[in-house]
Design a protein around this ligand. Structure first.
Ligand SMILES: [Zn+2]
Ligand SMILES: [Zn+2]
Length: 154
């Protein structure tokens, strides 16, 4: 498995108007193959990096949009109004953390999912490494599962 580069991580939207910096923690990455993530990424799956809000700095103007998610919670989805790139989400159940969209990092070379969610919805051609945990749907308590992932609590 590739390893995360040392030091802060940077990223931003496609046009460059919004930039962010993540400091202070080793991160985990998971892929979600649900239809919502296929829609938000306009691709085969979403890549999420849970990050504590205190470790995240962002500059530039953002817009947001909110959707309801399973379990009756709400997810606020932040994006660049110039180019439309989705950058991060905040779930109402866990306002102290956000999930950064992995493809927006400047360096994506080290990203490798440590878990896959909603594999029952994945596109057929996506072949998963059997050594990586895969969930048919998602853990019952997604907020707790995210919180227990190694790395973000440092
Ligand atoms: Zn932009
Ligand atoms: Zn999803």
């Amino acid at each position: 498995m590739s390893s995360q580069p040392a030091g802060a991580l940077t990223g931003g939207c496609q046009c460059g108007a919004v930039r962010y910096r993540i400091s202070g923690a080793r991160l985990v990455v998971y892929a979600c193959h649900c239809r919502e993530c296929q829609k938000q990424s306009a691709s085969a799956f979403g890549l999420s990096l849970p990050v504590l809000r205190e470790n995240f700095e962002v500059s530039g103007r953002l817009e947001s949009w909110e959707r309801s998610s399973d379990l009756g919670s709400r997810t606020r989805c932040h994006f660049c109004p110039e180019c439309g790139s989705r950058l991060f989400h905040v779930a109402s159940l866990t306002p102290d953390r956000l999930t950064v969209k992995g493809g927006s990092l400047d360096d994506t070379s080290w990203l490798e999912p440590q878990a896959h969610l909603w594999v029952t919805r994945k596109q057929r051609w996506v072949v998963l490494d059997p050594a990586i945990p895969a969930h048919d749907t998602q853990p019952d308590d997604l907020a707790a599962w995210r919180g227990a992932l190694p790395g973000e609590i440092e």
